[in-house]
Write a protein that binds this ligand. Sequence first.
Ligand SMILES: [Zn+2]
Length: 445
Amino acid sequence: MHEILIRGAEVVVTMDATRRELAGADVLIRGGQIAAVGAGLATDGTVISAHGCVVTPGLVNTHHHLYQTLTRAVPGGQDALLFGWLKTLYPIWARMGPEEMRVSAQVGLAELALSGCTLSSDHLYLYPNGARLEDTIHAAAELGLRFHPTRGAMSIGESAGGLPPDSLVEREADILNDCIRVIDAFHDPREGSMCRVGVAPCSPFSVSRGLMKDAADLARDKGVMLHTHLAENDEDIAYSLAQFGCRPGQYAEDLGWTGADVWHAHCVRLDAAEIDLFARTKTGVAHCPCSNCRLGSGIAPVRAMRDAGVRVALGVDGSASNDAGSLIAEARMAMLLQRVQNGADAMSAREALEIATLGGAQVLGRPDCGSLEPGKRADLAIWDVSGLEAAGAWDPVAALLLAGPPRVKHLFVEGRQIVADGQIATLDMPRLIATQNRLARALMG
Ligand SMILES: [Zn+2]
Protein backbone atom coordinates (compact mmCIF):
# COMPACT_ATOMS: atom_id res chain seq x y z
CA MET A 1 0.00 0.00 0.00
CA HIS A 2 1.30 3.47 -0.86
CA GLU A 3 2.96 5.41 1.96
CA ILE A 4 3.37 9.13 2.50
CA LEU A 5 5.67 10.46 5.20
CA ILE A 6 5.01 13.94 6.57
CA ARG A 7 8.48 14.64 7.90
CA GLY A 8 9.96 17.01 10.44
CA ALA A 9 7.00 19.06 11.64
CA GLU A 10 7.67 21.87 14.09
CA VAL A 11 4.84 20.39 16.15
CA VAL A 12 2.34 17.57 15.57
CA VAL A 13 -0.89 18.23 17.49
CA THR A 14 -2.32 14.74 17.98
CA MET A 15 -5.62 15.40 19.85
CA ASP A 16 -5.16 11.91 21.30
CA ALA A 17 -6.46 10.93 24.76
CA THR A 18 -3.76 12.93 26.53
CA ARG A 19 -3.65 15.72 23.90
CA ARG A 20 0.03 15.13 23.18
CA GLU A 21 1.92 17.68 21.10
CA LEU A 22 5.10 16.24 19.57
CA ALA A 23 7.94 18.57 18.60
CA GLY A 24 10.04 17.63 15.57
CA ALA A 25 7.76 14.70 14.76
CA ASP A 26 6.63 12.85 11.63
CA VAL A 27 3.33 11.34 10.52
CA LEU A 28 3.31 8.20 8.38
CA ILE A 29 0.26 7.62 6.18
CA ARG A 30 -0.43 4.20 4.70
CA GLY A 31 -3.35 4.02 2.27
CA GLY A 32 -6.21 5.95 3.87
CA GLN A 33 -5.02 5.56 7.44
CA ILE A 34 -2.41 6.92 9.80
CA ALA A 35 0.21 4.21 10.34
CA ALA A 36 2.47 5.96 12.86
CA VAL A 37 3.15 9.27 14.61
CA GLY A 38 6.56 10.00 16.14
CA ALA A 39 10.14 11.03 15.51
CA GLY A 40 12.51 9.42 13.01
CA LEU A 41 9.96 7.51 10.90
CA ALA A 42 11.03 6.20 7.48
CA THR A 43 9.39 5.13 4.21
CA ASP A 44 10.13 3.99 0.67
CA GLY A 45 7.13 6.02 -0.47
CA THR A 46 6.57 9.75 -0.90
CA VAL A 47 8.16 12.21 1.55
CA ILE A 48 6.67 15.65 2.18
CA SER A 49 8.59 18.13 4.29
CA ALA A 50 6.71 19.71 7.19
CA HIS A 51 9.66 21.87 8.14
CA GLY A 52 8.38 25.11 9.70
CA CYS A 53 4.85 23.69 9.90
CA VAL A 54 2.31 22.68 12.53
CA VAL A 55 0.37 19.49 11.71
CA THR A 56 -3.15 19.14 13.13
CA PRO A 57 -6.05 16.77 12.55
CA GLY A 58 -8.27 18.05 9.73
CA LEU A 59 -10.92 20.49 10.92
CA VAL A 60 -14.56 19.34 10.92
CA ASN A 61 -17.40 21.59 9.78
CA THR A 62 -20.75 20.55 11.24
CA HIS A 63 -23.11 23.16 9.75
CA HIS A 64 -23.24 24.79 6.33
CA HIS A 65 -25.56 25.66 3.47
CA LEU A 66 -23.15 25.41 0.57
CA TYR A 67 -25.61 26.76 -2.01
CA GLN A 68 -25.47 30.14 -0.25
CA THR A 69 -21.98 30.85 -1.64
CA LEU A 70 -23.98 32.21 -4.60
CA THR A 71 -25.67 34.81 -2.38
CA ARG A 72 -22.88 36.36 -0.36
CA ALA A 73 -23.28 39.99 0.67
CA VAL A 74 -26.71 40.43 -0.93
CA PRO A 75 -27.59 44.11 -0.25
CA GLY A 76 -31.12 43.55 1.13
CA GLY A 77 -29.90 40.92 3.56
CA GLN A 78 -26.75 42.57 4.83
CA ASP A 79 -28.25 44.22 7.90
CA ALA A 80 -31.38 42.16 8.66
CA LEU A 81 -32.25 39.86 11.56
CA LEU A 82 -32.84 36.17 10.84
CA PHE A 83 -36.48 36.20 9.75
CA GLY A 84 -36.14 39.35 7.60
CA TRP A 85 -32.88 38.03 6.15
CA LEU A 86 -34.62 34.78 5.15
CA LYS A 87 -37.51 36.62 3.52
CA THR A 88 -35.08 38.67 1.39
CA LEU A 89 -33.19 35.59 0.21
CA TYR A 90 -35.92 32.96 -0.33
CA PRO A 91 -37.06 34.40 -3.71
CA ILE A 92 -33.46 34.45 -4.98
CA TRP A 93 -32.79 30.88 -3.85
CA ALA A 94 -36.01 29.82 -5.61
CA ARG A 95 -34.32 30.62 -8.96
CA MET A 96 -31.49 28.10 -8.43
CA GLY A 97 -31.25 24.66 -10.01
CA PRO A 98 -28.89 21.65 -10.29
CA GLU A 99 -25.93 23.55 -11.79
CA GLU A 100 -26.12 26.23 -9.07
CA MET A 101 -26.15 23.53 -6.37
CA ARG A 102 -23.14 21.70 -7.82
CA VAL A 103 -20.96 24.74 -8.55
CA SER A 104 -21.75 26.57 -5.29
CA ALA A 105 -20.96 23.38 -3.35
CA GLN A 106 -17.55 23.12 -5.02
CA VAL A 107 -16.80 26.75 -4.19
CA GLY A 108 -17.84 26.35 -0.55
CA LEU A 109 -15.98 23.08 -0.09
CA ALA A 110 -12.82 24.43 -1.76
CA GLU A 111 -12.93 27.40 0.58
CA LEU A 112 -13.28 25.04 3.55
CA ALA A 113 -10.39 22.88 2.34
CA LEU A 114 -8.09 25.90 2.17
CA SER A 115 -9.04 26.68 5.77
CA GLY A 116 -8.00 23.23 7.00
CA CYS A 117 -11.32 21.38 6.77
CA THR A 118 -11.25 17.70 5.79
CA LEU A 119 -14.82 16.70 6.75
CA SER A 120 -17.87 18.84 6.19
CA SER A 121 -21.56 18.36 6.61
CA ASP A 122 -24.06 20.35 4.57
CA HIS A 123 -27.69 21.21 5.18
CA LEU A 124 -29.55 21.50 1.87
CA TYR A 125 -33.21 22.21 2.58
CA LEU A 126 -34.51 23.57 -0.75
CA TYR A 127 -34.71 21.75 -4.07
CA PRO A 128 -35.97 24.20 -6.71
CA ASN A 129 -36.04 23.50 -10.45
CA GLY A 130 -34.91 19.88 -10.29
CA ALA A 131 -32.04 20.32 -7.81
CA ARG A 132 -31.16 17.16 -5.86
CA LEU A 133 -28.94 16.26 -2.93
CA GLU A 134 -26.56 14.39 -5.22
CA ASP A 135 -25.64 17.64 -7.00
CA THR A 136 -23.62 18.42 -3.86
CA ILE A 137 -22.48 14.82 -3.27
CA HIS A 138 -20.86 14.72 -6.72
CA ALA A 139 -19.22 18.10 -6.06
CA ALA A 140 -17.63 16.83 -2.83
CA ALA A 141 -16.47 13.60 -4.47
CA GLU A 142 -14.79 15.53 -7.29
CA LEU A 143 -12.94 17.71 -4.80
CA GLY A 144 -12.13 14.78 -2.47
CA LEU A 145 -13.49 16.06 0.85
CA ARG A 146 -15.17 13.73 3.33
CA PHE A 147 -18.84 14.71 3.19
CA HIS A 148 -21.91 14.39 5.41
CA PRO A 149 -24.75 15.89 3.35
CA THR A 150 -28.12 16.14 5.06
CA ARG A 151 -31.43 15.93 3.22
CA GLY A 152 -33.12 19.07 4.51
CA ALA A 153 -36.70 20.12 3.88
CA MET A 154 -39.35 22.81 4.27
CA SER A 155 -43.04 21.93 4.24
CA ILE A 156 -44.94 24.86 5.79
CA GLY A 157 -45.20 27.72 3.31
CA GLU A 158 -46.49 31.25 3.75
CA SER A 159 -50.11 30.32 3.03
CA ALA A 160 -50.02 27.86 5.95
CA GLY A 161 -48.45 30.32 8.41
CA GLY A 162 -44.81 29.39 7.77
CA LEU A 163 -41.94 31.63 6.74
CA PRO A 164 -40.84 30.38 3.26
CA PRO A 165 -42.79 31.10 0.06
CA ASP A 166 -45.06 28.27 -1.08
CA SER A 167 -42.87 27.72 -4.16
CA LEU A 168 -39.98 26.48 -1.98
CA VAL A 169 -41.86 23.96 0.16
CA GLU A 170 -42.42 20.29 -0.63
CA ARG A 171 -45.12 17.75 0.22
CA GLU A 172 -44.16 15.82 3.36
CA ALA A 173 -44.63 12.41 1.72
CA ASP A 174 -42.28 13.47 -1.10
CA ILE A 175 -39.69 14.67 1.42
CA LEU A 176 -39.66 11.37 3.32
CA ASN A 177 -39.51 9.34 0.10
CA ASP A 178 -36.56 11.36 -1.14
CA CYS A 179 -34.80 10.92 2.22
CA ILE A 180 -35.12 7.15 1.78
CA ARG A 181 -33.90 7.40 -1.82
CA VAL A 182 -30.72 9.35 -1.01
CA ILE A 183 -29.89 7.28 2.09
CA ASP A 184 -30.22 4.04 0.11
CA ALA A 185 -28.17 5.44 -2.78
CA PHE A 186 -25.38 7.34 -1.03
CA HIS A 187 -25.11 6.61 2.72
CA ASP A 188 -22.03 4.58 3.62
CA PRO A 189 -21.95 3.61 7.32
CA ARG A 190 -18.56 1.86 7.18
CA GLU A 191 -15.39 3.01 8.90
CA GLY A 192 -13.51 5.38 6.63
CA SER A 193 -16.74 6.35 4.86
CA MET A 194 -16.42 9.32 2.50
CA CYS A 195 -20.19 10.00 2.45
CA ARG A 196 -22.80 9.73 5.17
CA VAL A 197 -26.29 11.10 4.64
CA GLY A 198 -28.39 12.66 7.42
CA VAL A 199 -32.05 13.68 7.72
CA ALA A 200 -32.58 17.38 8.41
CA PRO A 201 -35.92 19.23 8.30
CA CYS A 202 -34.89 22.89 8.10
CA SER A 203 -36.21 24.21 11.39
CA PRO A 204 -39.23 24.01 13.70
CA PHE A 205 -40.64 27.13 11.99
CA SER A 206 -40.62 25.68 8.45
CA VAL A 207 -41.88 22.10 8.89
CA SER A 208 -44.74 20.48 10.81
CA ARG A 209 -44.58 18.64 14.11
CA GLY A 210 -45.57 15.50 12.16
CA LEU A 211 -42.62 15.78 9.80
CA MET A 212 -40.19 16.32 12.68
CA LYS A 213 -41.48 13.12 14.29
CA ASP A 214 -41.54 11.11 11.06
CA ALA A 215 -38.02 12.28 10.21
CA ALA A 216 -36.73 11.09 13.58
CA ASP A 217 -38.42 7.70 13.13
CA LEU A 218 -37.02 7.36 9.61
CA ALA A 219 -33.47 8.31 10.66
CA ARG A 220 -33.49 5.73 13.48
CA ASP A 221 -34.93 3.08 11.18
CA LYS A 222 -32.09 3.75 8.69
CA GLY A 223 -29.36 4.27 11.29
CA VAL A 224 -28.51 7.81 10.10
CA MET A 225 -28.15 11.07 12.00
CA LEU A 226 -30.62 13.94 12.54
CA HIS A 227 -29.87 17.64 12.18
CA THR A 228 -31.79 20.92 12.27
CA HIS A 229 -31.61 24.57 13.42
CA LEU A 230 -32.62 25.20 17.03
CA ALA A 231 -32.92 28.15 19.42
CA GLU A 232 -31.07 30.45 17.04
CA ASN A 233 -32.26 33.81 18.40
CA ASP A 234 -35.01 35.54 20.40
CA GLU A 235 -37.44 35.46 17.45
CA ASP A 236 -36.97 31.70 17.30
CA ILE A 237 -37.76 31.28 21.02
CA ALA A 238 -40.82 33.55 20.73
CA TYR A 239 -42.09 31.52 17.75
CA SER A 240 -41.68 28.29 19.70
CA LEU A 241 -43.53 29.62 22.75
CA ALA A 242 -46.36 31.05 20.60
CA GLN A 243 -46.79 28.12 18.19
CA PHE A 244 -45.89 25.11 20.32
CA GLY A 245 -46.41 26.42 23.86
CA CYS A 246 -42.93 25.39 24.93
CA ARG A 247 -39.26 26.22 24.52
CA PRO A 248 -37.23 24.62 21.68
CA GLY A 249 -35.52 22.11 23.98
CA GLN A 250 -38.87 20.75 25.16
CA TYR A 251 -40.13 20.64 21.57
CA ALA A 252 -37.06 18.70 20.48
CA GLU A 253 -37.31 16.25 23.36
CA ASP A 254 -41.04 15.62 22.80
CA LEU A 255 -40.43 14.75 19.13
CA GLY A 256 -37.45 12.44 19.65
CA TRP A 257 -34.91 15.05 18.61
CA THR A 258 -32.38 14.45 21.40
CA GLY A 259 -29.66 11.81 21.58
CA ALA A 260 -26.15 11.01 20.41
CA ASP A 261 -27.45 10.68 16.85
CA VAL A 262 -28.78 14.29 16.82
CA TRP A 263 -27.00 17.59 16.43
CA HIS A 264 -28.58 21.04 16.41
CA ALA A 265 -27.17 24.18 14.79
CA HIS A 266 -26.75 27.41 16.78
CA CYS A 267 -28.42 26.82 20.20
CA VAL A 268 -27.63 30.46 21.03
CA ARG A 269 -30.61 30.76 23.37
CA LEU A 270 -30.50 27.44 25.23
CA ASP A 271 -31.33 27.97 28.91
CA ALA A 272 -29.85 26.05 31.86
CA ALA A 273 -32.50 23.30 31.73
CA GLU A 274 -31.93 22.83 27.98
CA ILE A 275 -28.15 22.68 28.47
CA ASP A 276 -28.73 19.98 31.08
CA LEU A 277 -31.05 18.11 28.69
CA PHE A 278 -28.43 18.20 25.91
CA ALA A 279 -25.69 17.00 28.29
CA ARG A 280 -27.80 14.12 29.65
CA THR A 281 -28.89 12.95 26.22
CA LYS A 282 -25.49 13.48 24.50
CA THR A 283 -27.16 15.74 21.94
CA GLY A 284 -24.63 17.64 19.83
CA VAL A 285 -24.39 21.35 19.05
CA ALA A 286 -22.97 23.03 15.93
CA HIS A 287 -21.75 26.39 17.19
CA CYS A 288 -21.63 29.00 14.40
CA PRO A 289 -20.10 32.14 15.95
CA CYS A 290 -19.57 34.27 12.81
CA SER A 291 -23.13 33.74 11.62
CA ASN A 292 -24.45 34.50 15.11
CA CYS A 293 -22.49 37.78 15.05
CA ARG A 294 -23.51 38.63 11.49
CA LEU A 295 -27.24 38.15 12.22
CA GLY A 296 -26.99 39.68 15.69
CA SER A 297 -28.36 36.49 17.20
CA GLY A 298 -26.21 36.59 20.34
CA ILE A 299 -23.39 34.60 21.91
CA ALA A 300 -24.05 30.89 22.39
CA PRO A 301 -23.33 29.67 25.94
CA VAL A 302 -20.46 27.46 24.80
CA ARG A 303 -18.53 27.74 28.06
CA ALA A 304 -21.58 26.65 30.05
CA MET A 305 -22.34 23.89 27.56
CA ARG A 306 -18.80 22.51 27.65
CA ASP A 307 -18.67 22.69 31.44
CA ALA A 308 -21.95 20.76 31.62
CA GLY A 309 -20.59 18.09 29.27
CA VAL A 310 -22.47 19.04 26.09
CA ARG A 311 -20.73 17.93 22.90
CA VAL A 312 -19.94 21.12 20.97
CA ALA A 313 -18.59 21.38 17.43
CA LEU A 314 -18.12 24.23 14.96
CA GLY A 315 -19.96 25.27 11.83
CA VAL A 316 -19.32 28.12 9.42
CA ASP A 317 -23.07 28.20 8.60
CA GLY A 318 -24.24 29.28 5.16
CA SER A 319 -22.30 31.82 3.14
CA ALA A 320 -25.23 34.23 3.08
CA SER A 321 -24.88 34.81 6.81
CA ASN A 322 -21.15 34.59 7.46
CA ASP A 323 -20.32 35.37 4.56
CA ALA A 324 -16.93 33.68 4.59
CA GLY A 325 -16.43 29.94 4.83
CA SER A 326 -13.14 29.68 6.70
CA LEU A 327 -13.29 27.09 9.46
CA ILE A 328 -10.04 28.15 11.12
CA ALA A 329 -11.44 31.70 11.25
CA GLU A 330 -14.55 30.24 12.89
CA ALA A 331 -12.41 28.59 15.56
CA ARG A 332 -10.71 31.93 16.27
CA MET A 333 -14.10 33.64 16.52
CA ALA A 334 -15.42 30.93 18.87
CA MET A 335 -12.45 31.55 21.15
CA LEU A 336 -12.84 35.34 21.04
CA LEU A 337 -16.62 35.37 21.62
CA GLN A 338 -16.42 33.25 24.78
CA ARG A 339 -13.87 35.76 26.07
CA VAL A 340 -16.23 38.65 25.33
CA GLN A 341 -18.89 36.89 27.37
CA ASN A 342 -16.88 35.28 30.15
CA GLY A 343 -13.39 36.79 30.36
CA ALA A 344 -9.96 36.17 28.89
CA ASP A 345 -9.57 32.73 30.49
CA ALA A 346 -12.91 31.46 29.15
CA MET A 347 -11.50 29.60 26.16
CA SER A 348 -7.91 28.86 25.18
CA ALA A 349 -6.66 28.56 21.61
CA ARG A 350 -6.09 24.85 22.24
CA GLU A 351 -9.65 24.28 23.44
CA ALA A 352 -11.00 26.05 20.34
CA LEU A 353 -8.75 23.88 18.16
CA GLU A 354 -10.03 20.78 19.96
CA ILE A 355 -13.65 21.78 19.35
CA ALA A 356 -12.80 22.39 15.67
CA THR A 357 -11.23 18.94 15.19
CA LEU A 358 -12.02 16.20 17.71
CA GLY A 359 -15.22 17.94 18.82
CA GLY A 360 -16.57 17.94 15.27
CA ALA A 361 -15.70 14.31 14.67
CA GLN A 362 -17.47 13.31 17.91
CA VAL A 363 -20.61 15.28 17.10
CA LEU A 364 -20.78 13.72 13.61
CA GLY A 365 -20.35 10.20 15.02
CA ARG A 366 -16.87 9.68 13.53
CA PRO A 367 -14.59 7.95 16.07
CA ASP A 368 -12.36 7.12 13.07
CA CYS A 369 -11.59 10.83 12.53
CA GLY A 370 -10.57 13.87 14.60
CA SER A 371 -7.17 12.85 15.97
CA LEU A 372 -3.74 11.85 14.66
CA GLU A 373 -3.21 8.33 15.99
CA PRO A 374 -2.34 5.00 14.35
CA GLY A 375 -5.48 3.45 12.87
CA LYS A 376 -7.36 6.73 12.43
CA ARG A 377 -8.21 8.03 8.98
CA ALA A 378 -5.45 10.07 7.39
CA ASP A 379 -7.20 13.45 7.48
CA LEU A 380 -4.70 16.16 8.36
CA ALA A 381 -3.93 19.81 7.90
CA ILE A 382 -0.39 21.15 7.57
CA TRP A 383 -0.03 24.83 8.48
CA ASP A 384 3.04 26.86 7.52
CA VAL A 385 4.06 28.90 10.57
CA SER A 386 7.32 30.15 9.05
CA GLY A 387 5.73 33.15 7.31
CA LEU A 388 4.86 36.72 8.22
CA GLU A 389 1.70 36.11 10.27
CA ALA A 390 3.40 33.90 12.85
CA ALA A 391 6.82 35.57 12.75
CA GLY A 392 7.89 36.13 16.35
CA ALA A 393 5.37 33.68 17.81
CA TRP A 394 6.54 31.87 20.94
CA ASP A 395 3.90 29.15 20.71
CA PRO A 396 3.20 28.07 17.11
CA VAL A 397 0.11 26.01 18.05
CA ALA A 398 -1.65 28.85 19.88
CA ALA A 399 -0.52 31.20 17.09
CA LEU A 400 -2.72 29.30 14.63
CA LEU A 401 -5.67 31.01 16.29
CA LEU A 402 -4.19 33.95 18.18
CA ALA A 403 -2.13 35.16 15.21
CA GLY A 404 -4.38 33.63 12.56
CA PRO A 405 -6.27 32.73 10.69
CA PRO A 406 -3.77 31.18 8.27
CA ARG A 407 -4.45 29.13 5.13
CA VAL A 408 -3.28 25.54 4.99
CA LYS A 409 -0.15 24.65 3.08
CA HIS A 410 -1.09 21.00 2.52
CA LEU A 411 -4.28 19.09 3.25
CA PHE A 412 -4.82 15.34 3.18
CA VAL A 413 -8.14 13.49 3.23
CA GLU A 414 -8.15 9.70 3.44
CA GLY A 415 -4.45 9.85 2.60
CA ARG A 416 -5.04 11.81 -0.62
CA GLN A 417 -3.58 15.28 -1.09
CA ILE A 418 -6.37 17.82 -1.66
CA VAL A 419 -4.34 21.00 -1.11
CA ALA A 420 -0.71 21.23 -2.23
CA ASP A 421 1.38 24.33 -1.51
CA GLY A 422 -1.74 26.37 -0.75
CA GLN A 423 -3.56 25.42 -3.98
CA ILE A 424 -6.51 23.08 -4.47
CA ALA A 425 -4.95 20.13 -6.26
CA THR A 426 -8.13 18.56 -7.61
CA LEU A 427 -10.01 21.46 -9.29
CA ASP A 428 -9.42 24.11 -11.97
CA MET A 429 -9.92 27.04 -9.59
CA PRO A 430 -9.97 30.03 -12.02
CA ARG A 431 -12.58 28.23 -14.11
CA LEU A 432 -14.68 27.39 -11.03
CA ILE A 433 -14.63 31.01 -9.82
CA ALA A 434 -15.62 32.28 -13.29
CA THR A 435 -18.55 29.83 -13.45
CA GLN A 436 -19.68 30.78 -9.93
CA ASN A 437 -19.61 34.50 -10.77
CA ARG A 438 -21.57 33.89 -14.00
CA LEU A 439 -24.26 32.00 -12.04
CA ALA A 440 -24.40 34.69 -9.34
CA ARG A 441 -24.85 37.43 -11.96
CA ALA A 442 -27.69 35.46 -13.56
CA LEU A 443 -29.41 35.20 -10.16
CA MET A 444 -29.22 38.99 -9.78
CA GLY A 445 -31.58 39.08 -12.80
ZN1 LIG B 1 -27.91 27.33 9.10
